[in-house]
Design a protein around this ligand. Sequence first.
Ligand code: ASP
Ligand code: MG
Length: 410
Amino acid sequence: MGTIVIKFGGSSLSTTDKIKQAAKRIANYKEKGKKVVVVVSAMGKTTDQLLQLAEQITENPAKREMDMLLATGEQVSISLLSMALTEMGMPAVSFTGWQAGIVTEKVHSNARIVDVKIDPIERKLSEGKIIVAAGFQGVTEDGEITTLGRGGSDTTAVALAAALGAERCLICTDVTGVYTSDPRYVPQARKLPAISYDEMLELANLGAGVLHPRAVEFAKNHKVSLEVRSSTEDEEGTVIEEEVSMENNLIVRGVAFEKDMTRLTVFGLKNEITGLSSIFSELAKSEIDVDIIIQSQTDGNKTNLSFSIKNKDRQAAVNVLESQKETLGFESIEYEAGLAKVSIVGSGMVSNPGVAAQMFQVLADKDIQIKMVSTSEIKVSAVVEEAKMHAAAQTLHEAFDLGAVAEEVK
Ligand code: ASP
Ligand code: MG
Protein backbone atom coordinates (compact mmCIF):
# COMPACT_ATOMS: atom_id res chain seq x y z
CA MET A 1 0.00 0.00 0.00
CA GLY A 2 1.52 3.33 -1.09
CA THR A 3 1.97 6.26 1.26
CA ILE A 4 1.02 9.78 0.34
CA VAL A 5 1.79 13.02 2.21
CA ILE A 6 -0.70 15.85 1.77
CA LYS A 7 0.04 19.36 3.04
CA PHE A 8 -2.61 22.01 3.57
CA GLY A 9 -1.63 25.66 3.91
CA GLY A 10 -3.18 28.09 6.36
CA SER A 11 -5.50 29.76 3.85
CA SER A 12 -7.05 26.36 3.07
CA LEU A 13 -7.81 25.86 6.77
CA SER A 14 -8.89 29.35 7.78
CA THR A 15 -12.39 28.36 9.01
CA THR A 16 -13.95 25.23 10.48
CA ASP A 17 -15.88 24.82 7.22
CA LYS A 18 -12.65 24.77 5.27
CA ILE A 19 -11.23 22.26 7.73
CA LYS A 20 -14.23 20.00 7.05
CA GLN A 21 -13.69 20.47 3.30
CA ALA A 22 -10.03 19.51 3.65
CA ALA A 23 -11.11 16.42 5.61
CA LYS A 24 -13.31 15.36 2.67
CA ARG A 25 -10.43 15.64 0.21
CA ILE A 26 -8.18 13.68 2.52
CA ALA A 27 -10.85 10.98 2.86
CA ASN A 28 -10.76 10.52 -0.94
CA TYR A 29 -7.11 9.53 -0.85
CA LYS A 30 -7.70 7.19 2.06
CA GLU A 31 -10.54 5.55 0.14
CA LYS A 32 -8.16 4.96 -2.78
CA GLY A 33 -6.31 2.66 -0.41
CA LYS A 34 -3.37 4.88 0.45
CA LYS A 35 -1.63 5.32 3.76
CA VAL A 36 -2.19 9.01 4.40
CA VAL A 37 -0.08 11.49 6.33
CA VAL A 38 -1.39 15.06 6.42
CA VAL A 39 0.76 18.07 7.34
CA VAL A 40 -0.95 21.32 8.25
CA SER A 41 -0.14 24.98 8.78
CA ALA A 42 -1.81 27.18 11.35
CA MET A 43 -5.36 28.35 10.52
CA GLY A 44 -5.54 31.45 8.30
CA LYS A 45 -3.55 34.36 9.70
CA THR A 46 -2.96 32.75 13.09
CA THR A 47 0.83 32.96 12.92
CA ASP A 48 0.67 36.70 12.14
CA GLN A 49 -1.74 37.22 15.04
CA LEU A 50 0.55 35.37 17.42
CA LEU A 51 3.44 37.56 16.28
CA GLN A 52 1.33 40.64 17.00
CA LEU A 53 0.53 39.41 20.49
CA ALA A 54 4.22 39.12 21.27
CA GLU A 55 4.83 42.59 19.84
CA GLN A 56 2.32 44.01 22.29
CA ILE A 57 4.40 42.66 25.15
CA THR A 58 7.98 43.27 24.07
CA GLU A 59 10.16 44.51 21.24
CA ASN A 60 12.74 41.88 22.00
CA PRO A 61 11.15 38.54 22.77
CA ALA A 62 13.50 35.65 23.47
CA LYS A 63 13.61 33.47 20.36
CA ARG A 64 12.91 30.40 22.46
CA GLU A 65 9.65 31.91 23.71
CA MET A 66 8.67 33.00 20.18
CA ASP A 67 9.01 29.41 19.01
CA MET A 68 6.98 28.22 21.98
CA LEU A 69 4.27 30.72 21.03
CA LEU A 70 4.24 30.19 17.25
CA ALA A 71 4.20 26.41 17.58
CA THR A 72 0.76 26.65 19.19
CA GLY A 73 -0.81 27.76 15.87
CA GLU A 74 -0.30 24.43 14.12
CA GLN A 75 -1.47 22.55 17.22
CA VAL A 76 -4.94 24.05 16.81
CA SER A 77 -5.21 22.83 13.20
CA ILE A 78 -3.96 19.28 13.85
CA SER A 79 -6.51 18.62 16.58
CA LEU A 80 -9.46 20.16 14.72
CA LEU A 81 -8.65 18.36 11.48
CA SER A 82 -8.26 15.04 13.29
CA MET A 83 -11.66 15.59 14.90
CA ALA A 84 -13.20 16.40 11.51
CA LEU A 85 -11.77 13.21 9.98
CA THR A 86 -12.82 11.02 12.87
CA GLU A 87 -16.31 12.56 12.73
CA MET A 88 -16.52 11.37 9.10
CA GLY A 89 -15.68 7.85 10.13
CA MET A 90 -12.00 8.16 9.19
CA PRO A 91 -9.97 7.47 12.32
CA ALA A 92 -7.20 10.04 12.58
CA VAL A 93 -4.59 10.93 15.14
CA SER A 94 -2.77 14.22 15.55
CA PHE A 95 0.98 14.58 16.12
CA THR A 96 2.91 17.68 17.19
CA GLY A 97 6.30 18.17 15.53
CA TRP A 98 8.14 16.45 18.35
CA GLN A 99 5.69 13.57 18.47
CA ALA A 100 6.20 13.15 14.73
CA GLY A 101 9.94 12.83 15.37
CA ILE A 102 10.98 16.01 13.54
CA VAL A 103 14.43 16.68 15.02
CA THR A 104 16.07 20.00 14.18
CA GLU A 105 19.36 21.77 14.79
CA LYS A 106 19.58 23.94 17.91
CA VAL A 107 18.49 27.17 16.26
CA HIS A 108 15.36 29.06 17.18
CA SER A 109 12.98 30.60 14.59
CA ASN A 110 14.70 29.23 11.48
CA ALA A 111 15.86 25.71 12.30
CA ARG A 112 16.76 23.06 9.76
CA ILE A 113 15.50 19.52 10.07
CA VAL A 114 18.39 17.14 10.80
CA ASP A 115 16.55 13.87 11.39
CA VAL A 116 13.08 12.33 11.26
CA LYS A 117 12.39 9.53 13.75
CA ILE A 118 9.56 7.94 11.90
CA ASP A 119 8.61 4.94 14.12
CA PRO A 120 5.65 6.47 16.00
CA ILE A 121 4.03 7.59 12.73
CA GLU A 122 4.65 4.24 11.07
CA ARG A 123 3.08 2.42 13.99
CA LYS A 124 -0.14 4.45 13.76
CA LEU A 125 -0.19 4.17 9.96
CA SER A 126 -0.06 0.40 10.21
CA GLU A 127 -3.10 0.54 12.50
CA GLY A 128 -4.91 2.15 9.57
CA LYS A 129 -5.05 5.64 11.06
CA ILE A 130 -4.68 8.88 9.15
CA ILE A 131 -1.82 10.92 10.64
CA VAL A 132 -2.28 14.66 11.00
CA ALA A 133 1.10 16.22 11.79
CA ALA A 134 1.93 19.81 12.70
CA GLY A 135 4.04 21.57 10.10
CA PHE A 136 6.65 24.24 10.82
CA GLN A 137 7.80 22.85 14.18
CA GLY A 138 10.36 20.45 15.50
CA VAL A 139 12.40 19.65 18.56
CA THR A 140 16.12 19.73 19.31
CA GLU A 141 18.00 16.74 20.74
CA ASP A 142 17.72 18.57 24.09
CA GLY A 143 13.94 18.70 23.89
CA GLU A 144 13.56 22.38 23.00
CA ILE A 145 10.72 23.32 20.63
CA THR A 146 11.91 25.02 17.45
CA THR A 147 10.25 26.40 14.32
CA LEU A 148 11.44 26.18 10.73
CA GLY A 149 10.94 29.76 9.49
CA ARG A 150 7.84 31.31 7.90
CA GLY A 151 6.31 28.99 5.35
CA GLY A 152 8.18 26.06 6.90
CA SER A 153 5.28 23.59 6.84
CA ASP A 154 6.19 22.75 3.25
CA THR A 155 9.54 21.52 4.52
CA THR A 156 7.91 19.35 7.19
CA ALA A 157 5.76 17.72 4.51
CA VAL A 158 8.72 17.00 2.25
CA ALA A 159 10.84 15.69 5.15
CA LEU A 160 8.08 13.28 6.20
CA ALA A 161 7.56 12.19 2.59
CA ALA A 162 11.30 11.46 2.28
CA ALA A 163 11.46 9.57 5.58
CA LEU A 164 8.39 7.49 4.76
CA GLY A 165 9.42 6.83 1.16
CA ALA A 166 6.07 8.29 0.09
CA GLU A 167 5.07 7.98 -3.55
CA ARG A 168 4.20 11.66 -3.68
CA CYS A 169 4.01 14.79 -1.56
CA LEU A 170 1.04 16.97 -2.46
CA ILE A 171 1.19 20.64 -1.52
CA CYS A 172 -2.45 21.75 -1.47
CA THR A 173 -2.85 25.48 -1.55
CA ASP A 174 -5.03 28.36 -2.75
CA VAL A 175 -3.49 28.41 -6.24
CA THR A 176 -3.84 25.58 -8.72
CA GLY A 177 -0.14 25.12 -9.44
CA VAL A 178 3.08 26.87 -10.41
CA TYR A 179 2.59 29.50 -13.11
CA THR A 180 4.94 30.86 -15.77
CA SER A 181 4.61 34.20 -13.97
CA ASP A 182 2.28 35.92 -11.51
CA PRO A 183 -1.11 35.94 -13.29
CA ARG A 184 -2.23 39.03 -11.36
CA TYR A 185 0.30 41.12 -13.28
CA VAL A 186 1.04 38.99 -16.33
CA PRO A 187 -2.38 38.05 -17.71
CA GLN A 188 -0.87 35.60 -20.24
CA ALA A 189 0.67 33.51 -17.44
CA ARG A 190 -0.37 29.87 -17.47
CA LYS A 191 -0.01 26.88 -15.22
CA LEU A 192 2.99 24.67 -15.91
CA PRO A 193 2.36 20.92 -16.06
CA ALA A 194 5.84 20.30 -14.67
CA ILE A 195 9.00 22.07 -13.58
CA SER A 196 12.42 20.82 -12.46
CA TYR A 197 13.70 21.08 -8.88
CA ASP A 198 16.43 23.49 -9.95
CA GLU A 199 14.03 25.79 -11.79
CA MET A 200 11.60 25.71 -8.87
CA LEU A 201 14.43 26.45 -6.46
CA GLU A 202 15.41 29.53 -8.48
CA LEU A 203 11.79 30.68 -8.64
CA ALA A 204 11.22 30.07 -4.92
CA ASN A 205 14.36 32.03 -4.07
CA LEU A 206 13.20 34.82 -6.38
CA GLY A 207 10.10 35.20 -4.27
CA ALA A 208 7.52 32.90 -5.90
CA GLY A 209 5.71 32.28 -2.61
CA VAL A 210 4.07 29.04 -3.65
CA LEU A 211 6.79 26.82 -2.14
CA HIS A 212 9.35 27.33 0.58
CA PRO A 213 12.89 27.21 -0.94
CA ARG A 214 14.13 24.81 1.75
CA ALA A 215 11.31 22.41 0.94
CA VAL A 216 12.39 22.35 -2.71
CA GLU A 217 16.01 21.86 -1.72
CA PHE A 218 15.03 18.98 0.55
CA ALA A 219 12.86 17.42 -2.17
CA LYS A 220 15.73 17.65 -4.66
CA ASN A 221 18.23 16.09 -2.26
CA HIS A 222 15.92 13.23 -1.37
CA LYS A 223 14.23 12.87 -4.78
CA VAL A 224 10.75 13.44 -3.38
CA SER A 225 8.11 13.74 -6.08
CA LEU A 226 6.23 16.96 -5.33
CA GLU A 227 3.00 18.32 -6.73
CA VAL A 228 1.55 21.78 -6.08
CA ARG A 229 -2.21 21.71 -6.53
CA SER A 230 -5.45 23.34 -5.48
CA SER A 231 -6.88 22.48 -2.07
CA THR A 232 -10.43 22.69 -3.44
CA GLU A 233 -10.40 21.86 -7.17
CA ASP A 234 -9.81 18.44 -8.67
CA GLU A 235 -7.64 19.62 -11.56
CA GLU A 236 -4.05 18.45 -11.91
CA GLY A 237 -1.41 20.72 -10.48
CA THR A 238 2.27 21.21 -11.28
CA VAL A 239 4.66 18.33 -10.74
CA ILE A 240 8.18 19.13 -9.56
CA GLU A 241 10.79 16.54 -10.42
CA GLU A 242 14.39 16.02 -11.52
CA GLU A 243 14.18 16.10 -15.31
CA VAL A 244 11.41 17.89 -17.15
CA SER A 245 11.35 18.12 -20.92
CA MET A 246 11.01 21.63 -22.27
CA GLU A 247 7.53 22.00 -23.71
CA ASN A 248 7.51 23.39 -27.24
CA ASN A 249 11.31 23.65 -26.95
CA LEU A 250 10.92 26.72 -24.80
CA ILE A 251 14.18 27.88 -23.29
CA VAL A 252 12.66 29.87 -20.48
CA ARG A 253 10.16 28.34 -18.05
CA GLY A 254 9.22 31.30 -15.89
CA VAL A 255 9.50 35.04 -15.28
CA ALA A 256 9.76 36.23 -11.68
CA PHE A 257 9.89 39.72 -10.26
CA GLU A 258 10.47 41.35 -6.93
CA LYS A 259 10.17 45.01 -5.94
CA ASP A 260 11.47 47.13 -3.05
CA MET A 261 15.14 47.05 -3.96
CA THR A 262 17.89 49.58 -3.44
CA ARG A 263 21.26 49.79 -5.16
CA LEU A 264 24.01 51.05 -2.89
CA THR A 265 27.32 52.19 -4.33
CA VAL A 266 30.52 52.58 -2.34
CA PHE A 267 32.98 54.94 -4.06
CA GLY A 268 36.74 55.06 -3.69
CA LEU A 269 37.20 51.90 -1.69
CA LYS A 270 40.88 51.25 -0.98
CA ASN A 271 42.01 48.32 -3.06
CA GLU A 272 43.21 46.23 -0.13
CA ILE A 273 43.06 42.50 -0.02
CA THR A 274 40.51 42.52 2.84
CA GLY A 275 38.44 45.45 1.49
CA LEU A 276 35.47 43.45 0.30
CA SER A 277 35.42 40.95 3.13
CA SER A 278 35.36 43.76 5.74
CA ILE A 279 32.44 45.54 4.08
CA PHE A 280 30.33 42.44 3.68
CA SER A 281 31.13 41.09 7.15
CA GLU A 282 29.90 44.35 8.64
CA LEU A 283 26.65 44.07 6.66
CA ALA A 284 26.26 40.42 7.62
CA LYS A 285 26.73 41.24 11.31
CA SER A 286 23.75 43.58 11.00
CA GLU A 287 21.80 40.79 9.27
CA ILE A 288 21.55 42.72 6.01
CA ASP A 289 20.99 40.40 3.06
CA VAL A 290 22.99 41.41 0.02
CA ASP A 291 21.86 40.17 -3.37
CA ILE A 292 23.72 41.25 -6.53
CA ILE A 293 27.29 42.52 -6.13
CA ILE A 294 29.32 44.33 -8.78
CA GLN A 295 32.89 45.50 -8.33
CA SER A 296 34.50 47.73 -10.88
CA GLN A 297 38.16 48.54 -11.24
CA THR A 298 38.73 52.29 -11.20
CA ASP A 299 42.47 52.68 -10.94
CA GLY A 300 45.30 50.81 -9.28
CA ASN A 301 44.47 51.56 -5.66
CA LYS A 302 40.78 52.51 -5.55
CA THR A 303 37.70 50.62 -6.59
CA ASN A 304 33.93 51.19 -6.68
CA LEU A 305 31.46 48.66 -5.46
CA SER A 306 27.69 48.37 -6.05
CA PHE A 307 25.32 45.95 -4.42
CA SER A 308 21.60 45.51 -4.11
CA ILE A 309 19.63 45.13 -0.87
CA LYS A 310 16.01 45.32 0.22
CA ASN A 311 14.65 48.85 0.76
CA LYS A 312 13.91 48.04 4.38
CA ASP A 313 17.62 47.46 5.05
CA ARG A 314 18.80 50.66 3.37
CA GLN A 315 19.05 52.90 6.42
CA ALA A 316 20.77 50.22 8.47
CA ALA A 317 23.25 49.54 5.65
CA VAL A 318 24.09 53.22 5.25
CA ASN A 319 24.48 53.63 9.03
CA VAL A 320 26.75 50.62 9.42
CA LEU A 321 29.02 51.65 6.57
CA GLU A 322 29.15 55.37 7.45
CA SER A 323 29.98 54.60 11.07
CA GLN A 324 33.05 52.64 9.91
CA LYS A 325 34.09 54.79 6.99
CA GLU A 326 37.64 55.23 8.29
CA THR A 327 38.33 51.60 9.07
CA LEU A 328 36.66 50.32 5.93
CA GLY A 329 38.56 52.92 3.89
CA PHE A 330 36.12 54.36 1.34
CA GLU A 331 35.31 57.90 0.17
CA SER A 332 31.51 58.08 -0.08
CA ILE A 333 28.32 56.12 -0.53
CA GLU A 334 25.29 56.78 -2.68
CA TYR A 335 22.11 54.87 -3.17
CA GLU A 336 19.28 54.56 -5.64
CA ALA A 337 15.94 53.30 -4.29
CA GLY A 338 12.78 52.44 -6.23
CA LEU A 339 14.31 49.48 -8.04
CA ALA A 340 13.10 45.98 -8.78
CA LYS A 341 14.53 42.71 -10.03
CA VAL A 342 13.09 40.87 -13.00
CA SER A 343 14.38 37.38 -13.74
CA ILE A 344 13.98 34.69 -16.35
CA VAL A 345 14.48 31.07 -15.30
CA GLY A 346 14.83 27.94 -17.42
CA SER A 347 17.03 24.83 -17.62
CA GLY A 348 17.14 25.28 -21.41
CA MET A 349 19.56 28.17 -20.95
CA VAL A 350 22.42 25.83 -20.11
CA SER A 351 22.72 24.68 -23.70
CA ASN A 352 21.45 27.79 -25.49
CA PRO A 353 23.83 30.73 -25.64
CA GLY A 354 22.45 34.20 -26.25
CA VAL A 355 19.52 34.08 -23.85
CA ALA A 356 20.87 36.96 -21.75
CA ALA A 357 21.56 38.94 -24.92
CA GLN A 358 17.98 38.40 -26.07
CA MET A 359 16.66 39.49 -22.67
CA PHE A 360 18.69 42.71 -22.73
CA GLN A 361 17.59 43.44 -26.29
CA VAL A 362 13.92 42.93 -25.45
CA LEU A 363 14.19 45.29 -22.47
CA ALA A 364 16.15 47.86 -24.49
CA ASP A 365 13.47 47.82 -27.21
CA LYS A 366 10.95 48.81 -24.53
CA ASP A 367 13.25 51.53 -23.27
CA ILE A 368 13.78 49.75 -19.97
CA GLN A 369 17.19 50.55 -18.59
CA ILE A 370 19.14 47.78 -16.84
CA LYS A 371 20.94 48.89 -13.71
CA MET A 372 22.54 45.63 -12.60
CA VAL A 373 22.70 42.06 -13.85
CA SER A 374 23.36 38.69 -12.30
CA THR A 375 23.26 35.22 -13.79
CA SER A 376 23.40 31.60 -12.82
CA GLU A 377 23.40 28.60 -15.16
CA ILE A 378 19.63 28.66 -15.43
CA LYS A 379 18.71 32.26 -14.54
CA VAL A 380 19.30 35.82 -15.67
CA SER A 381 18.22 38.68 -13.39
CA ALA A 382 18.12 42.33 -14.31
CA VAL A 383 17.60 45.22 -11.90
CA VAL A 384 15.29 47.84 -13.40
CA GLU A 385 13.22 50.80 -12.23
CA GLU A 386 10.36 49.56 -10.08
CA ALA A 387 7.85 51.55 -12.12
CA LYS A 388 8.79 49.44 -15.15
CA MET A 389 8.82 46.07 -13.39
CA HIS A 390 5.45 44.78 -14.58
CA ALA A 391 6.02 46.01 -18.12
CA ALA A 392 9.39 44.26 -18.14
CA ALA A 393 7.86 41.01 -16.90
CA GLN A 394 5.06 41.13 -19.48
CA THR A 395 7.46 41.86 -22.32
CA LEU A 396 9.80 39.04 -21.36
CA HIS A 397 6.91 36.63 -20.92
CA GLU A 398 5.81 37.42 -24.45
CA ALA A 399 9.26 37.49 -26.02
CA PHE A 400 10.11 34.04 -24.68
CA ASP A 401 6.75 32.67 -25.76
CA LEU A 402 5.65 31.59 -22.32
CA GLY A 403 1.97 32.11 -22.97
CA ALA A 404 2.04 29.38 -25.61
CA VAL A 405 -0.24 26.52 -24.74
CA ALA A 406 1.71 23.48 -23.75
CA GLU A 407 1.98 20.53 -26.07
CA GLU A 408 3.14 17.41 -24.34
CA VAL A 409 6.56 16.60 -25.75
CA LYS A 410 7.56 13.96 -23.22
N1 ASP B 1 2.24 28.89 10.03
C1 ASP B 1 3.57 29.17 9.57
C2 ASP B 1 3.57 30.48 8.80
O1 ASP B 1 2.55 31.14 8.70
C3 ASP B 1 4.16 28.06 8.78
C4 ASP B 1 3.50 27.77 7.45
O2 ASP B 1 2.40 28.24 7.20
O3 ASP B 1 4.09 27.08 6.64
O4 ASP B 1 4.59 30.88 8.33
MG1 MG C 1 3.21 28.53 2.35
